[in-house]
Design a protein around this ligand. Structure first.
Ligand SMILES: CC(C)(COP(=O)(O)OP(=O)(O)OC[C@H]1O[C@@H](n2cnc3c(N)ncnc32)[C@H](O)[C@@H]1OP(=O)(O)O)[C@@H](O)C(=O)NCCC(=O)NCCS
Length: 261
């Protein structure tokens, strides 16, 4: 039987989670986001006749974000992930999305090869750092109040790189969620957002200008995290940050992009 692609149903959950337990050396996150993805929609399975692969899509502005691509290890190298992605790209074109994006660990060579074969290009490389919350009242930052101070095109929301449109930007400014420091050298800017999938997790998009300015932002974020009782602070940045005993470089990701039309 030719494998078929369809919308995921909640009844697929246990079968899917069965093959998404030990995907990576650290396990997998699908079990934590499954319910959320089902309610959000855009979750697809490939079945044969049981579910043997998944991927999730998220549409915003003129782009589709593709995440959570998983193929049961017994069924790999049969073109199934490629089939799923091509299927999603077709739907995306129907929805007039111009670009498709996905995020791939720079060391995940099989996935990078798959993306390259599907004509995705490395658009940017991002570093993921974890920062420990810590009370620290010594920081000098400013809150962005208008669009001129928010010169960032995309921001990370729940590990999706989304367009920072005017409305979102103004709303984040109103909430004091866009901070910057331009005291010494090039400006550093950070955008703070809560993870929608994980409790007490702060996700920060950081554009690092000078090291001094960035360290001011990091001190503020650390203190903010401690005062608001966040357990985890995840920083995503294109730049390399100065390591401290509370800032750890975890992994680097390629942001893969494809023009769909
Ligand atoms: C990456 C993954 C989704 C690929 O699924 P798949 O169904 O096996 O991929 P496809 O059969 O469509 O592969 C397409 C092409 O990608 C490349 N590729 C895929 N897996 C590869 C591997 N293990 N080694 C080398 N190349 C590989 C090949 O070029 C392949 O074409 P070919 O088989 O004709 O040589 C699958 O290995 C998987 O689930 N891995 C764990 C989860 C993961 O890494 N997900 C992606 C996170 S971004």
């Amino acid at each position: 039987m030719e494998p078929m692609i369809r919308d995921a149903r909640n009844s697929d959950k246990s079968k899917v989670l069965n093959f998404c337990k030990n995907t990576f050396s650290w396990g997998d996150y699908i079990e934590y986001v499954w319910d959320y993805w089902i309610s959000e929609g855009g979750l697809f399975v490939v079945e044969n006749p049981n579910p043997i692969g998944i991927c999730h899509t998220f549409f915003s502005e003129n782009q589709v974000w593709i995440e959570g691509i998983r193929i049961n290890s017994d069924f790999r190298r049969q073109g199934l992930a490629s089939k799923l992605i091509k299927y999603v790209e077709l739907i995306s074109k129907e929805k007039h999305a111009s670009f498709s994006f996905m995020l791939i660990d720079t060391e995940n060579l099989s996935s990078l090869l798959m993306a390259k074969n599907l004509n995705y290009k490395i658009f940017q490389t991002w570093n993921f750092y974890s920062l420990l919350p810590q009370i620290n009242n010594n920081h000098k930052i400013q809150f962005a109040k208008n669009l001129n101070q928010t010169k960032i095109s995309h921001y990370v929301k729940s590990w999706r790189w989304l367009v920072l449109d005017k409305e979102t930007s103004l709303s984040l400014c109103d909430q004091n969620k866009i901070i910057f420091s331009d005291d010494s050298g090039d400006i550093s800017i950070a955008i703070l957002s809560d993870s929608e999938h994980f409790d007490k997790t702060l996700i920060v998009t950081l554009s690092s200008g000078s090291q001094i300015n960035t360290l001011e932002l990091i001190s503020y974020i650390q203190n903010f995290g401690a005062e608001k009782n966040y357990q985890k602070i995840q920083i995503l940045t294109k730049e390399k940050l100065p390591l401290t005993n509370t800032l750890e470089h975890k992994i680097a990701f390629n942001l893969m992009k494809k023009f769909l039309h």
